[in-house]
Design a protein around this ligand. Structure first.
Ligand code: NAD
Length: 368
């Protein structure tokens, strides 16, 4: 089977879908891998490393796509890139399915099969294929580093000849994959950490990382829906959530917000008044910026200064740590490919719980 790895073209996208280590495993399993020249460069994998792993290098996107049965990429293709997809090929990428209707239709017209990596079900069996989890781990970690470098104070407590330093306070809103990694990272750097989530199951996980769980009567087992995700709140629950956060946020030096509801805009959890209640010099990193932001002042891709409180609308943080983000992404894609291949060829079984959930088009048919 001929598998191609293309160079990403989205702005500031530095990841690559397969790293040389995964390519070597695919080549060993008998597949032919073609890598577009420079595809791994921004993630610090040069063409020579891919050649050493057994791949061949294609000089441009057109040559890389030609004859490919499987195309692996990080971000969904542009219209121009869709035109390069060979008839009947299978595309594996993060498709951002909520806004992908026209691209998916164009791919279906080319009789392509499209597998959206975001739709891997959140089940134990599929954990090793789950790019949402692997990339959220990167985002949660990086968010803390950004905040730590912006605040005008140390994170750890220090006792020095020049006096004692009190530790910074870090508050994480939304204790899912990114939030738990943010809590762990902030704690490793010495901050006093606290976390909040509406799902009752998150409380134990927050505490296991040495953080305080911010209690509220909105926290319940019923707040959790299918797949471990949170459900949207009623207006009354949302108002009580805001009251809980307002009480806690004003004393925090760094806030990382990650709250999300699948398929919906991010819940608004940090009001402009809450931002103004914080001390100048404190920082909010809004990891939900791409779905509208948890903070009402967030602007995607920008940092807003509100009386000395910085509100960062974080955009695609995983791409800013491209080596490890790509390594993890690549492992997810490799495991998925191993799941899909039967007798050396790709077999898309729509009755399979994992494959069926992520297939947007199959042999030219758009699936609902
Ligand atoms: P996510 O990105 O959808 O949301 C982030 C967090 O925001 C979640 O913990 C959610 O509960 C929280 N949230 C939503 N609304 C909120 C509100 N109003 N106030 C405060 N917090 C709010 O979630 P995620 O990180 O992708 O995953 C959430 C959970 O899914 C995990 O903790 C885990 O239980 C489960 N999960 C399972 C698997 C698996 O089994 N393969 C993989 C990943 C995650």
């Amino acid at each position: 089977m001929r598998i191609c790895v293309v160079a990403e073209t989205a702005p500031r996208e530095h990841r690559v879908a397969l790293v040389p280590d995964s390519v070597a495993k695919l080549v060993k399993a008998g597949h032919e891998v073609v890598v577009q020249a420079g595809a791994g460069a921004a993630a610090y994998h040069d063409d020579a490393a891919y050649v050493a792993a057994g791949a061949s290098i294609a000089p441009d996107a057109g040559t890389a796509h030609a004859g490919a049965q499987v195309i692996c990429r990080v971000q969904r293709p542009t219209d121009a890139e869709v035109a390069l997809v060979p008839e009947g090929a299978t595309l594996i990428a993060m498709m951002a399915p909520a806004s992908a209707a026209s691209i998916v239709a164009a791919l279906a017209a080319r009789k392509a099969t499209v597998l959206a990596l975001e739709l891997v079900p959140r089940i134990t069996r599929a954990q090793s294929m789950d790019v949402l989890s692997s990339q959220a781990t990167v985002a949660g970690y990086k968010a803390v580093l950004i905040a730590a470098s912006m605040i005008p104070r140390f994170l750890p407590m220090l006792t020095t000849a020049a006096g004692s330093i009190t530790p910074a306070r870090a508050f994480v809103i939304g204790a899912g994959v990114a939030g738990l990694q943010a809590l762990a990272t902030a704690r490793r750097l010495g901050a006093v950490t606290s976390g909040f989530d509406v799902r009752a199951a998150a409380a134990e996980q927050v505490k296991s990382l040495g953080a305080t769980f911010v209690q509220s009567d909105v926290v319940s087992a019923a707040a959790e829906g299918t797949g471990g995700y949170a459900k949207a709140q009623s207006d009354d629950e949302a108002a009580r959530t805001l009251a809980t956060i307002a009480k806690h946020i004003k004393d925090q030096d760094l806030v990382i917000s990650t709250a999300a509801i699948p398929g919906r805009a991010a819940p608004r959890l940090i009001t402009a008044d809450m931002v103004r209640s914080m001390r100048p010099g404190s920082v909010i990193i809004d990891l939900a910026a791409e779905t509208g932001g948890n903070c009402e002042l967030t602007v995607l891709g920008e940092t807003i200064d509100v009386n000395g409180v910085m509100v960062v609308g974080a955009a695609n943080l995983p791409a800013t740590l491209p080596t490890h983000a790509s390594q993890m992404f690549s492992r997810n894609v490799l495991t998925l490919l191993q799941h899909l291949v039967k007798d050396g060829a790709l077999a898309v079984d729509l009755d399979d719980e994992i494959t069926g959930a992520m297939t947007l088009t199959h042999n030219g048919q758009v699936r609902s």
